[in-house]
Design a binder for this molecule. Structure first.
Ligand SMILES: [Zn+2]
Length: 142
């Protein structure tokens, strides 16, 4: 029986296509789920190759991946639920470039990850607080 092996280039190409079509940070599992007949292990190997080639960037705090076209973007990652959103902000990167230049550095590439709490989690916390009766500690010194 002959085994058909997928060429690494083909897997890399398919992984990149999924990432570009979704236009948001994805986990390796989300990428694998979008592809047929490609295992999570193959996706991780493809991501490793694509990161080495400079085509993909890993957002370490949420273990998601974005295409390298996301350079000069800011990844805001919710510490609670892991939701991640990318935004461009030229003013922020310009300010960082000025800071680096003042220290004698020339920025080649920049990618910023910000650990935060998303609005859904803040809202959920608010609901939790409003429905939870205030705890009043009664300490007895008898
Ligand atoms: Zn959240």
């Amino acid at each position: 029986m002959m085994t058909v092996r997928r060429k690494p280039y083909s897997t890399d190409h398919n992984v990149l296509n999924v990432m570009e079509s979704k236009k948001r940070p994805l986990s390796a599992y989300q990428i694998a789920d979008a592809l047929t007949r490609i295992t999570h292990t193959q996706v991780y190997r493809a991501l490793d190759r694509l990161i080495l080639a400079g085509s993909v960037r890993k957002i370490t705090s949420c273990n998601h991946f974005v295409t390298a076209s996301a350079a000069h973007e800011i990844a805001m990652v919710c510490k609670r639920c892991g939701y991640c959103e990318l935004r461009q902000n030229d003013a922020a990167f310009s300010a960082l470039g000025t800071l680096c230049a003042a220290q004698g550095f020339t920025v080649r590439e920049a990618f910023i990850e910000i650990s935060a709490i998303c609005s859904n989690c803040v809202e959920a916390d608010g609901k939790l607080c409003s429905t939870t009766p205030n705890k009043t500690e009664t300490i007895s010194h008898d």
